[in-house]
Write a protein that binds this ligand. Structure first.
Ligand SMILES: *Cc1c(COP(=O)(O)O)cnc(C)c1O
Length: 331
């Protein structure tokens, strides 16, 4: 199967801001984008993006999951990067239009159509290192994706890093390209030295998140995860899973958790750890490595609450249980 995100449909929805107004949205070929080499984004990283999914239901209809929340988060990233504001309803229409254009290509569950709205600063002035771009471009790519778990439910290995950080603390809640570039070297180093899948960034001993997913600790009937602050990305999957956990009578504790407390809890039987995000939904963590020592989470395999919560979320996304929170939007 093709790697996640490597198949991009041949057209995209696009709109340009010229400094005073947004252009009419167009559907154009997605194999190139005309940009001045001096464009603000290419020098000063004025870029943000979103990731959401559209699902094919058994009755043939196509539904987009929590689109409003993703649009709000892109607007927030846009604001924090001082990019030009966009109209939320216009972006909603762009997303619906491009998904409708490729409705026939939306895979059936467990596949889906991954949607990638992107907003970049286009002003061709290389002297604007400390000045926002007055012009910008908003576009939406779509990519059919298969079952993330096609290789089975292998639990991940994580390195606990309490020295480095993923990105500057004031940028954590911005879904912006530079943050991922910033985390690459630490992740590559951890993979080479410890054969891990991901790094769990825990600056100063405070458990935060991995390079592109939030971290949840499940201890019996309680879920513990870091409370929202500006230092990390506010995942919509995280929010959805916590909501479903509360619906099921679980205790949800949004608070800081230290590396020491984490290691103490995961040693107990029945404790589970998992990563949450749009791509992987909820992925089990089986092993953590800290200061060269390996720690198993529970018995090192996927836990039953992880399976249950992921299934509950998938059932809503796939139209197989009632959408009680109004998370799905039609085209
Ligand atoms: C996108 C992302 C997440 C997960 O967010 P979702 O809305 O659940 O997809 C978590 N952490 C980082 C750093 C991310 O970029």
């Amino acid at each position: 199967m093709a790697a996640f995100g490597s198949v991009i449909m041949p057209e995209m929805a696009i709109s340009w801001f010229d400094g005073s107004k947004w252009s009419e949205t167009e559907i154009v070929p997605s194999d190139n984008l005309k940009l001045h080499p001096g464009a603000h984004v290419l020098h000063y990283s004025s870029t943000c993006f979103e990731g959401l999914k559209a699902f094919r239901h058994d009755d043939g209809s196509i539904k987009i999951f929590r689109m409003d929340r993703n649009i709000e988060r892109l607007a927030q990233s846009t604001h924090l990067l001082a990019l030009p504001e966009f109209d939320h309803e216009s972006l909603a229409r762009m997303i619906r239009d491009i998904v409708a254009r490729f409705a026939d290509d939306v895979p059936a569950p467990p596949g889906s159509l991954y949607i990638r709205p992107t907003h970049i600063g286009t002003e061709p002035v290389i002297g604007k290192a400390a000045v926002p771009s007055l012009t910008s471009c908003l576009y939406v790519l779509v990519s059919p994706v298969g079952d993330y778990f096609a290789g089975g439910d292998k639990a991940l290995r994580l390195l606990i890093d309490d020295e480095g950080m993923r990105c500057p603390p004031h940028m954590g809640m911005v879904k912006s390209g530079g943050n991922y570039a910033s985390a690459l070297r630490p992740i590559m180093k951890a993979r080479a030295e410890y054969q891990v899948d991901q790094v769990l960034f825990c600056p100063g001993g405070d458990v935060q998140e991995t390079g592109a997913a939030n971290f949840l600790l499940i201890d019996g009937n309680e879920i513990i995860t870091k409370a929202l602050d500006e230092s990390f990305l506010h995942g919509i999957t995280r929010d959805s899973l916590l909501t479903l956990a509360r619906d099921r009578g679980m205790k949800v504790s949004e608070r800081n958790i230290s590396v020491d407390e984490l290691l103490e809890r995961i040693a107990k039987p029945g404790c589970e750890a998992a990563l949450s995000g749009t791509a992987a939904v909820l992925t089990p963590v089986g092993t953590m490595i800290y200061k060269g020592q390996e720690y198993s989470v529970g018995d090192g395999t996927i836990g039953e609450t992880t399976v249950k919560l992921r299934q509950a979320l998938n059932d809503i996304q796939w139209g197989r249980s009632e959408d009680t929170h109004g998370w799905l939007t039609g085209l």
